[in-house]
Design a protein around this ligand. Structure first.
Ligand code: KIV
Ligand code: ZN
Length: 426
């Protein structure tokens, strides 16, 4: 153990994540993913919103019965039927939690719920009291907290602590907050809400301005010890804070964020892949940590650096997140070093001249297509007619290079060859 403070990872892929278009899952799929989230090491799995449909109720119940290590949470509005249904869904869990939520912002109270602040306060207390009568572990969320009147939020939070809430979650429901502001919200609540020291403060950030992860870290630095997040950052609209980004930021930047999670980071990529497989919703290629390009390099200068020492352009190893390998993608920005390495991987050790010939063909092709694949390289190497005599000592496998490009190479001036030396590997 490192002695670092623990931040609990509350995974809501199966609830908030599932609410994003195209991401709904069957009970069987949720169960499959829940087992993998357990394996990943998350602390809490929010398995669904049982009042929403019978299918979701069955899914939450199945997860609660089968996945025994983590806490299994079910979401409920602050209504008797919701809380009772949530409890029926999680009562079979080894560690059940009821998560009750009610909006506190005037926008939501006036236009969506059409209730007064007093009614809101009463409903929140009643729901938490009821939830507590079923279950020791009760979370409460004042929805749209970041656009709510802070005095009112403090009143509601103090009241639900009295009613038995053990976790207080502060949702940035519409992804509106910026980090300094979200940190201030947490600090104010810690200063002003009686009993706050007895509960866990939680961050729940949406990504409408691309700040979900930054806001989550601002909250942690201000005292939050639970972060709600999703695999691949899926969730309503622009998504939720991405679990893999949170976990890896703590791991890579432990100097700035000295916290631990129970997540086994080597399982991140496999779980991300499973989610993609289940939902059919692809991850953007440049997505941090688990995107297809997160460990791919095409530019020659970068590839050259990577071949010499991977720390030149990678701040974490692909293996540390479960990605099998760094990928040197061969395209028009690639250099000879990467091409030579790929040829070697394909079983052809080329000397400098051979490589140069193949490289010219490669560039001509790369100018026309986006990515040069292994079969293209094999075709380039295998081309007739052979001029191997020009190429010096034998290679591990012989290659064929056509006379035209070799002749062009040999015809290059001294300056051109010097320039070639300078650019070698780039
Ligand atoms: O974003 C939100 O406000 C939520 C709550 C239900 C916690 O997801
Ligand atoms: Zn949410």
């Amino acid at each position: 153990m490192s002695g670092r403070e623990q931040v609990k990872i509350f995974d809501t892929t199966l609830r908030d994540g599932e609410q994003s278009p195209g991401c709904s899952m069957t009970a069987k799929e949720k169960l499959r993913l829940a087992h993998q989230l357990d394996h990943l090491g998350v602390d809490i799995i929010e398995a669904g919103f049982p009042i929403a449909s019978d299918g979701d109720f069955q899914a939450v119940r199945a997860v609660a019965r089968e996945v025994r290590r983590p806490v299994i949470a079910a979401l409920a509005r602050c209504r008797r039927e919701d809380v009772e249904q949530a409890w029926r869904a999680v009562e079979g869990a080894a560690h059940p939690r009821i998560h009750a939520f009610l909006a506190t912002s005037d926008i939501h109270l006036q236009h969506k719920l059409r209730i007064s602040r007093q009614q809101c306060l009463d409903q929140a207390c009643e729901a938490v009291t009821l939830a507590k009568s079923f279950c020791q572990d009760v979370e409460f969320s004042p929805e749209d907290a970041t656009r709510s009147d802070i005095d009112f939020v403090c009143i509601v939070l103090a009241a639900v602590i009295e009613a038995g809430a053990t976790t207080l979650n502060l949702p940035d429901t519409v992804g509106y907050a910026v980090p300094s502001e979200y940190a201030e919200l947490i600090q104010t609540i810690r200063r002003r809400v009686p009993g706050i020291e007895r509960v866990t403060i939680s961050a729940h950030c949406h990504n409408d301005l691309g700040l979900a992860v930054a806001n989550s870290f601002a909250a942690v630095s201000a005292g939050a010890r639970q972060v709600e997040c999703t695999i691949n950052g899926i969730g309503e609209r622009a998504g939720n804070a991405s679990l893999e980004e949170i976990v890896m930021t703590m791991r890579v930047r432990g100097d700035r964020y000295p916290y631990e999670t129970g997540v086994v980071s080597e399982h991140l990529f496999p779980v991300s892949q499973l989610l993609t497989e289940i939902t059919g919703v692809p991850v953007q290629p440049n997505k941090a940590v688990i995107g297809r390009n997160a460990f791919a390099h095409e530019a020659g200068i970068h590839q050259d650096g990577m071949i010499k020492n991977s720390q030149t352009y990678e701040i974490m190893t692909p293996q540390s997140v479960g990605v099998p390998n760094t990928r040197l993608v061969l395209g028009k920005h690639s250099g000879r070093h990467a091409l030579g390495l790929r040829c070697e991987e394909l079983g052809f050790r080329l000397d400098r001249r051979e490589l140069d010939v193949v490289y010219r063909r490669f560039l001509a092709l790369a100018d026309r297509i986006k990515t040069v694949e292994d079969h293209h390289i094999l075709e380039m190497i295998g081309k007739k007619p052979a001029v191997q005599a020009d190429f010096g000592p034998p290679t591990s496998q012989s290659i064929n290079c056509d006379a035209n490009s070799t002749a062009a190479f040999l015809a290059m001036s001294v300056e051109e060859n010097e320039q070639e030396d300078y650019l070698w590997g780039v």
